[in-house]
Design a protein around this ligand. Structure first.
Ligand code: ATR
Length: 276
């Protein structure tokens, strides 16, 4: 049977994943398709049963189903267990459906070459931050500080990871020169939100890397501010592409071209922005 893949979510029409995966399938001469499926909030169980029944080869899961899908799967890989969220489902040779999470790992791959001894500051302690923090911890990056507007949430995340420290945004701002990598995970900077900064960057370390998980706009006000200090900036497009590339490799056993895809999406989103 011809392979087919899907992405389920609500809403789903804005998803860049179908274009991305279709292009990779074509580039690698794989005869398969990838379709977006809008699932009603209370129809997830039926949707998953249908995907299984119709022999879907694997699918991505996006908001708001990343947590709710877990009990509907046959197995959940360690990458998703700790976080409690699945973004990729893989059909195994014996027709089992296994849940993975490639978001955090994809984000870390988008940073390029980094060292376990690097000091990492994460801003935000929501769902996106949890995925990335767990991936850092699994890869052995233990010098992790999590700063959040609501300190209690950062404390809960640090307790869960059993590594790192929780900070207020003010503490993070004051100690900024300690950090080699700064990761902005709050929705601040997205098109619809206010153009404000979660922390000021005036104490930033020379040669720091500043990453924002937002990719629309490609340059958030936070990255705009970071550029003033001449540090390397990375937007969320790399995370989107690398999490997709990991899912693609789990499904097809081949690694697709990530750099070319980032360029393609930059053109699609608009602008001739250069990430580094
Ligand atoms: P997601 O799942 O996308 O990460 P979330 O779980 O709602 O979204 O988390 C949003 C994160 O952005 C939280 O860390 C939130 O801080 P609080 O825990 O204090 O709510 C942070 N956030 C949202 N708006 C913010 C703002 N205006 N200033 C600072 N942090 C903000």
């Amino acid at each position: 049977m011809k392979k087919w893949f899907a992405v389920i979510g609500n809403p789903i029409s804005h998803s860049l994943s179908p274009n991305m995966h279709d292009a990779w399938l074509k580039q690698l001469n794989i005869d398969a398709s990838y379709i977006p499926i809008h699932v009603e909030q209370n129809h997830l169980k039926q949707a998953v049963e249908s995907l299984k029944l119709l022999g879907c080869s694997g699918w991505n899961v996006t908001v708001p189903f990343k947590e709710a899908i877990i009990p509907l799967l046959d197995e959940v890989d360690d990458s998703a267990k700790g976080i409690g969220a699945v973004n990729t489902v893989v059909k195994t040779g014996d027709n089992k459906y296994v849940g993975y999470n490639t978001d955090g790992l994809g984000f870390i791959e988008s940073l390029g070459y980094i060292l376990p001894e690097h000091n990492i500051l994460m801003i935000g302690a929501g769902g996106a931050a949890r995925g990335i923090a767990h991936a850092f911890e699994r890869l052995g990056f233990t010098n992790l500080s999590i700063a959040n507007r609501t300190l209690e949430k950062a404390i809960v995340l640090v307790d869960e990871l059993q590594t790192g420290q929780a900070l207020t945004l003010e503490e993070a701002e004051n100690d900024l020169n300690k950090f080699d990598i700064i990761v902005q995970t709050t929705p601040l900077g997205m098109k619809s939100s206010e153009a404000s900064l979660p922390i000021q960057l005036n104490r930033i370390k020379e040669n720091a890397i500043v990453a924002d998980i937002v990719y629309n706009p490609l340059v958030t006000p936070f990255l705009e501010e970071a550029k003033k200090y001449n540090v390397r900036t990375i937007n969320g497009l790399g995370m989107l592409v690398h999490q997709g590339a990991l899912a693609f490799s789990y499904w097809n056993g081949l690694k697709p071209d990530t750099d070319g895809m980032i360029q393609q999406l930059i053109e699609q989103i608009g602008g001739n922005y250069v990430n580094r």
